[in-house]
Write a protein that binds this ligand. Structure first.
Ligand code: UTP
Length: 480
């Protein structure tokens, strides 16, 4: 029975591959065991050859060149703190956002499908232990953020988590093992994103093993299609969820749901809103919010001409100063619109040249590359911004909301994120009148952690009873 299924599967796969330039994917068939053959056939089913074909011509066989817009201008953006003119608008937005959260119209959405290759952690990135005292994982901190939101606004937001086929099971297992971090299983919907094959520069699809196609997730921009394909959008519609609060799995400082941000999004009838931080330096490796030929969008740091990256305003401030931190609010209706079949609003693809261990298609031997040997294609979520009506940018304070864990060491590593968590906890305590010891270099001289379920910001913390009046030098303090 199994044999016949395999014979039929092989014949069907050969037929599908005929004339596509990808016939080599079956080249090692005779070397494979039956279970390996089953795996290869199921891999083949996962790739959409018709979709890949034009992409190979456009992005793989040739190196796409960035086509700069005619005019690049700085965007209008809402400041982190309102001036006198904006104070009323911010107050109203805050009320409006709060009402939407209370009514259950806002859901949290974490994209956790990335491979986390720079961090090199053995497990889903969200399971990485990050908090300075408890070593709580990223997932736990977000879950506690949602519990904090419930405590503060009286409604527990629903949580959508996007995984990828390679970390889906381990992500589920991590939640299961930890009792859903205090949430209910039904509060969360997990779904997997799509995958794309890696290609050789000549356009052939790479084999990671003789029986396995080199597949990787299709980028955080794939989250929009995945929201639709997984049924998450339908689930939202049924529950009356209108706004999606999007954030990445690697930034534990994020406010999972921010009433001001949601409120401004609603008040301006924006379909996709974004948070920005002031850039750390002219050439910081973050995307730049720009008006490109009049349309708001993000230009990657590698594509923004250096003369613009370094440009100054008359008062000496940086002209292009709004760095993208991948925190967005999206209207559910907007995601529905851009993912409707036949919609012309396909996100563009980005080429990345990567090192991929693969099978040498001529010899069948394993290749351990020393440099980039393959092309991966990804979509980026910020490419949806120009498709949105009235997209807005809101500045937030980096030290309050952005410190991603990207690398094992150095910048944006667990060490810098823990440092930033301690700094923020110390500032919040000081804002509540507590004395925090500081070293000569100004760093807090204590290990401090505040659970997001206890406080979402300094003002929230101020409402807690029995806060310490002072922290001792060298103390380890956990507020939970
Ligand atoms: P990064 O671009 O930092 O990639 O993703 P990464 O996969 O986490 O790490 P490296 O580059 O392999 O070291 C930013 C965010 O987007 C998510 C990641 O999980 C992270 O939250 N992401 C990225 C996806 O959900 N899917 C993708 O295909 C890519």
């Amino acid at each position: 029975m199994m044999r016949q299924t395999l014979i039929d599967g092989y014949a069907a796969a050969r037929e599908r591959l005929r004339g596509t330039g990808q016939e080599h994917l079956l080249k090692f068939w005779s070397d494979l065991s039956d279970p390996q053959r089953v795996e290869l056939l199921s891999n083949l089913e996962r790739i959409d050859l018709a979709r890949c074909r034009p992409l190979i011509d456009r992005y793989v066989r040739q190196r796409p060149v960035f086509d700069p817009p005619q005019q690049i201008e700085p965007p209008n953006a809402f400041p982190a703190e309102p001036d006198a003119k904006l104070a009323g608008q911010y107050r109203e937005a805050m009320q409006r956002g709060t009402a939407a959260i209370r009514a259950g119209r806002v859901a949290a959405f974490t994209v956790a499908g990335g491979q986390g290759s720079r961090l090199g952690y053995d497990g889903p990135k969200g399971g990485f232990p990050i908090s300075p005292v408890r070593n709580a994982s990223l997932f736990r901190l977000f879950a506690e953020g949602l519990l904090g939101t419930e405590r503060r606004y009286g409604r527990r937001p629903r949580w959508y988590i996007m995984t990828s086929p390679s970390n889906h099971e381990s992500t589920l297992a991590s939640f299961e093992e930890h009792g859903y971090f205090g949430l209910r299983r039904d509060d969360i919907m997990f779904f997997s994103q799509g995958q794309m094959p890696a290609f050789l520069p000549d356009g052939r699809i790479a084999l990671e093993e003789k029986h396995r196609i080199a597949l990787s997730p299709d980028g955080h921009g794939g989250s929009l299609t995945a929201l639709s394909a997984s049924g998450a959008l339908a689930d939202m519609r049924e529950r009356g969820i209108e706004q999606i609060s999007y954030f990445q799995v690697d930034n534990p400082l994020v406010r999972a749901i921010d009433p001001l941000f949601v409120g401004l999004h609603l008040a301006t009838e924006s379909e996709m809103s974004s948070k920005a931080v002031t850039k750390a330096d002219d050439l910081e490796r973050v995307g730049n919010f720009c008006l490109a030929d009049g349309k708001l969008g993000v230009i990657e740091y590698s594509d923004l001409p250096a003369s613009l990256a370094r440009a100054r305003n008359a008062d000496g401030s940086r002209r292009f100063d709004a760095g993208s931190i991948a925190i967005h609010v999206l209207d559910r209706g907007f995601v529905e619109r851009v993912t409707t079949a036949g919609s012309s609003a396909e996100l563009p693809w980005h080429r990345a040249d990567k090192k991929v261990e693969m099978i040498d298609l001529a010899t069948g031997q394993r290749i351990k590359p020393v440099g980039p040997n393959a092309v991966k294609l990804e979509m980026f979520v910020f490419d949806a911004i120009p498709l949105a009506r009235n997209p807005l940018v809101l500045f937030t304070r980096r030290e309050e909301e952005f410190s991603p864990v990207k690398n094992a060491e150095g910048a944006d590593s667990p060490a810098t994120t823990r440092r930033d968590m301690i700094r923020r906890a110390a500032r919040w305590l000081e804002a509540c009148g507590c004395t925090v010891p500081r070293r000569a270099d100004g760093e807090p001289d204590a290990l401090i952690e505040i659970a997001p379920s206890l406080a979402l910001d300094a003002a929230d913390l101020a409402e807690r009873k029995n806060l310490p009046r002072s922290v001792a030098r060298g103390e380890t303090l956990l507020l939970i």
